[in-house]
Design a protein around this ligand. Structure first.
Ligand SMILES: NC(=O)c1ccc[n+]([C@@H]2O[C@H](COP(=O)([O-])OP(=O)(O)OC[C@H]3O[C@@H](n4cnc5c(N)ncnc54)[C@H](OP(=O)(O)O)[C@@H]3O)[C@@H](O)[C@H]2O)c1
Length: 325
């Protein structure tokens, strides 16, 4: 296959020779920080975002603004994207100004959004028909990990395409793995995010149980986060239970979207996801109470607010407490 750009890319090593043009479509909380990291490591980065104002700081730091995803793809050997959901991905991918319209043979498209594995695999097929290669490369880790190059990245797609872009992905995080064919990176990401929502829910209810008994909330949060249940995720998030940030690191609606993607995928494969189903219920309650754009740590506040409406099943364990005889 013809490649427009030499492989391995001279820009893969960052400041040593960052001349391979990269692109980034979707400069939100995560995409903006990852694009910023690529700029900081010495790459030339073209970029665009539906809302241009959000790119102002990146443009000051050297991002080359293009008006459309197509122009970004045309200017890039590797175009990254990171947008909200399936609808947003479709919006930046298709049409006269979409990424697909700008992909040349031999170029690469690395989509880091958390979307449906099937949607991503279908787009990869369209990229393949153009002679380009697409990878799904969703990430685990939030805004601080994105800024600091500490993400975990799980990729799906052709092995040779993964090998070509792997050095770039390694600039974004220490854990970079090829999982399998297109869509498989996303499937693993959804598997990770079941625990993210379920852990936040269980941690929040534990904190509430402690404080309703008179234990200081800050003490409970500190001790619980440092106990054996304190996963890296919980340790990072625990302080937000004490003070919700104005700007969410990872909001309730995104968490709910991921849980629903996991539930839909599981349904096709006849897999039970009981903790995901429960998390979906509480994330939905949070959305209906107006917390959709607040951080997922607001589950604690949701549980605290809704305590008076416990169902009978929640009020009492269904059987005797103790070991079964
Ligand atoms: N936040 C996290 O901690 C985290 C961690 C891992 C993975 N993720 C995943 O990463 C993705 C992005 O999350 P985020 O936190 O960066 O969200 P975000 O800050 O809300 O950014 C969303 C991005 O998608 C763009 N977008 C949304 N709808 C669009 C449309 N119809 N057409 C074009 N662009 C559209 C937004 O453009 P505008 O700026 O114009 O709105 C923005 O660039 C999601 O799939 C999320 O699940 C997030």
């Amino acid at each position: 296959m013809m490649t427009r750009f030499p492989l391995p890319f001279p820009g893969c090593t960052g400041k040593a020779g960052g001349m391979t043009p990269l692109g980034f479509v979707g400069l939100g909380a995560m995409g903006g920080r990852i694009a910023g990291r690529l700029l900081a490591t010495g790459h030339q980065v073209h970029g665009t975002n539906r809302t241009q104002a959000k790119a102002a700081a990146l443009i000051t730091n050297g991002l080359i603004w293009d008006d459309t995803p197509r122009e970004v793809a045309q200017a890039s050997a590797v175009v990254f994207s990171m947008v909200t959901d399936d609808a947003a991905l479709e919006a930046i991918a298709s049409g006269a100004d979409g990424i697909l319209a700008g992909l040349a043979p031999g170029t690469f498209w690395v989509d880091m959004s958390t979307v449906s594995p099937a949607t991503s695999a279908a787009l990869a097929e369209r990229a393949r028909a153009l002679g380009a290669a697409m990878l799904d490369a969703p990430v685990s880790g939030s805004v601080h990990e994105a800024e600091g190059g500490k993400l975990a990245i799980m990729a799906g797609g052709r092995a040779d395409a993964f090998a070509a872009v792997e050095p770039l992905l390694r600039e974004l995080g220490p854990v970079v793995r090829h999982v399998g064919a297109n869509g498989q990176g996303l499937r693993l990401k959804l598997a990770v995010n079941i625990s993210l929502a379920a852990q936040m829910l269980a941690f929040s209810e534990g904190v509430l149980l402690a404080e309703r008994g008179g234990i200081d909330r800050a003490l409970a949060v500190e001790v619980m986060a440092q106990s054996s249940i304190g996963s890296p995720f919980l340790r990072g998030r625990a302080p937000l239970v004490l003070e919700l940030p104005d700007e969410a690191w990872f909001d309730i609606e995104l968490a709910r979207k991921d849980i629903r993607l996991a539930l839909a995928t599981a349904q096709q494969d006849d897999v039970r996801l009981p903790s995901a189903a429960l998390a979906d219920k509480w994330l939905t309650t949070a959305t209906s109470l107006g917390y959709g754009h607040r951080d997922v740590a607001s589950l604690h506040a949701i549980l605290a607010q809704t305590g008076a409406t416990l169902t009978a099943a929640e009020k009492h364990p269904s059987g005797p407490i103790g070991r079964a005889a």
